[in-house]
Design a protein around this ligand. Structure first.
Ligand code: IPE
Ligand code: IPE
Ligand code: MG
Length: 244
């Protein structure tokens, strides 16, 4: 299976796809398994989707891995998720970096364990010059908090005189967000049938296309991804202009 199959059936491909990977808990509960088993299976889906991106012409993939609200879950689930992140960063992400992928993180990393922060920094540094596929991982991420962080940075520069008030604008706010240089997502996919944004990429989604699919994240796969891209290809984006 390659990109031809998608290009045959669809219009333009998205350059940047962002995914709210939802439904791991339900996948597990329906099978009488602990929620963490759903998260483990979710990592397998991540593997498939990351591998598919280059075939589908996608240059940027943003994955919502842990929201700033997910700390509300049981200590056991949070610890299990952190363990999965550790394993993923140490092995799989490191391998992807060796194969030419760039890894970036968005979110407030200061609240994460020091060893996780160290792995994140090292993945970013080692992959900074890579160009094959950029994987942006949203970890302890909240869209409002990201915008507030950017506002604080700019406000501090205005206060110390290094930035004029006129230089607080869409471009400078965008550049002060967590992953500057990343284009806005063209397509946001949320699995598991929930139709909400859950504090994801609030600034960057201004003109994104949204697609809500019923599959739970562990059931999502390469074929479902191809179908989602075909739906995107059939959409007409207007950006405020008149349909042409
Ligand atoms: C998404 O699956 C993964 C994370 C939020 C970390 P959920 O754990 O939210 O799964 P459901 O929504 O409970 O099924
Ligand atoms: C959003 O899913 C966060 C991630 C997928 C990491 P949630 O399951 O946390 O969102 P809500 O609570 O249903 O809005
Ligand atoms: Mg959920």
């Amino acid at each position: 299976m390659g990109r031809a199959e998608v290009f045959d059936t669809a219009g333009p491909q998205p350059r940047h796809v962002a995914i709210i990977m939802d439904g791991n808990g339900r996948w597990a509960t329906r099978r009488g398994l602990p929620r963490l088993e759903g998260h483990r299976r979710g990592v397998e889906t991540v593997r498939q989707i990351v591998e598919a991106c280059p075939d589908f012409g996608i240059e940027f993939l943003t994955l919502y891995a842990f929201s700033s609200e997910n700390w509300k879950r049981s200590a056991e689930e949070v610890a299990g998720l952190m363990g999965l992140f550790r394993r993923y960063f140490r092995k799989e992400a490191a391998n992807l970096v060796k194969r030419g992928a760039r890894v970036k993180f968005i979110g407030d990393r200061t609240e994460l364990a020091q060893d996780i922060q160290d792995m994140m920094a090292s993945l970013e540094t080692q992959s900074a010059a890579n160009e094959k596929l950029t994987i942006v991982i949203a970890l302890n991420y909240g869209g409002r908090e990201e915008i507030a962080r950017a506002a604080r940075r700019l406000a501090a520069e205005v206060a110390d005189g290094s930035r004029s008030l006129d230089d607080v604008n869409e471009a400078s706010i965008g550049a002060a967000l967590d992953a500057p240089g990343t284009p806005d997502p063209d397509l946001v996919i949320r699995t598991s049938g929930e139709q909400r944004i859950s504090n994801f990429l609030l600034w960057q989604c201004a003109y994104a296309e949204f697609l809500f699919v019923d599959e739970l994240w562990p059931d999502f796969n390469r074929d479902a991804f191809a179908r989602a891209l075909a739906v995107f290809g059939a959409r007409e984006r207007r950006f405020g202009a008149v349909a042409g």
